[in-house]
Design a protein around this ligand. Sequence first.
Ligand code: TYM
Length: 378
Amino acid sequence: MAFVVTPWEVSGEIDYKRLVKEFGTQELDAKLLKRLEKHTGELHHLIRRKVFFSHRDLDWFLKEYEKGNKGFLYTGRGPSGKTHLGHMIPWILTKWLAEKLKLKLYFQMTDDEKFLFKEGLSLEEATNYALENALDIIALGFTPEQLRIIIDTKMSGVMYPEAIKIAKRLTFSTTKAVFGFDNSTNVGSIFYTCMQAVPAFLPSIAAKKKLPCLIPLAIDQDPHFRVTRDIIQKVGYPKPAILHARFLPGLQSAEGKMSTTDGDPDTQVIWTTDDPKTVKKKINKYAFSGGKDTVEEHRKKGGNPDIDVAYQYLTFFEEDDKKLEQYYKDYKAGKLLSGELKTILIDKLNVCLSNHQKKREAARKNLKKYLATPEEFS
Ligand code: TYM
């Protein structure tokens, strides 16, 4: 089956094992996870369930950590609209890593990227979304010392001199091969990867030493860092390590990626700002069901949790392994109906979201404290 995974398009039935081969990454194996667990004391359910399934150089990052060369975490958001649950997946794990490994997080808001790539989005709108989306990452519980948010257009004086060092070594032909650009692509888009590369070494400049960097992300963002990793040592800094997640699917299919690009987003995504009634309506109306057509048939033959969106979402949001296993068994056995499984998910998400929304609103008054300033990097 054909599928496409790039930073701008995810489509088809994604074969994650094949992606590991095609992208040249490594699967997260038991030995490496044991080594991580030595430092974290436990493994997050997103790791236990292989939502994070692949990496680049995590072994090196841990080796440096063990030597006392503690690095930093880096991740980000392209602020083209509101935050949806899919975006939160890498951020939830990043917060856990920051806490367990006591590492600082640099979070990039690429308002420049979204202005360049998205038809009809003004730069002002993208920058405003950056400030709005920032509330979602702050709400996960960081202090301003632990989280520095870099808004590209606000930090360009610091970032531009570094981005051009990458740009000088990146050819148009490489960007064409990696991203599928052609002669009609605007030149800002061709340059953009150089901006996404910068936070992988900017903290090293400020610290005046080569700090290891670990970047949790979903695998669609990997191509930017494949390119960065090929160049960064020539600029004098170590290759960043990467942790790759698979995608939280959209509402209408357990395949693919929750994303706003196909059709009406309100039939595909759950926003972090959705109220309980909206979450209930969206899941009941749109979440693809692996249940049978009639209750009798479902009771007799059972449902299919592997293609059921409600069950798949629970694998991301229900932390308790035992509960999850029970849902799986009961659904497969026909004891649990599709509507009942949806209600379990709705209740779970609404508890998570109401907690998140309170913290998100509380973050508003402190937002400024989290925004990185040029002075921090001089
Ligand atoms: P963006 O805004 O498209 O996505 C933000 C983060 O969310 C991940 N993601 C998902 N993860 C799981 N399931 C989904 N359905 C889903 N949809 C999106 C993305 O992989 C990403 O990690 N160019 C970037 C912004 C950026 C960045 C970075 C991302 C700048 N520097 C460093 C990661 C690491 C972007 O547009 O992400």
